[in-house]
Design a protein around this ligand. Sequence first.
Ligand code: ZN
Length: 152
Amino acid sequence: MAKLQIRKVGDEALRKVCRPVDAITPRILTLLDDMIETMRAADGVGLAAPQVGILRRIVVIEVEPGQVIELINPKIIAFSGEQDGQEGCLSVPGRLGLVKRPMNVTVRAMNRRGETVDITGHGLLARCFCHELDHLDGALYIDKAYSMDEDE
Ligand code: ZN
């Protein structure tokens, strides 16, 4: 496994629409492993492939320590409710912002075995799904935040 460099706001990779993955290759599996290592090393709860300069529709999330969720070609298929909360992003260091998100979000994605899975998240996990999937379309939470703060 290798730790990858995280792209910061201003890097054009963060503003691109990413391409779907059409086959789970050894290269994709290595990328997933490297993304997990990079997310953990940076103390993040989620990381999208464009954040490490790879324009593919891949996301890793670890809201519950030890429970990594890997999403390949994820799509939101259902959402409900609303929550207000603070978000940060490894690509926007030192800042936090308040963003409205749905309270419940269901995503459909492929896992590393190529199986289609539906996963429903509530609260923080739902927020994380929205934040990370936005990255795949070149959107950052700072575009949607209604209030921004310096972190510490
Ligand atoms: Zn982010």
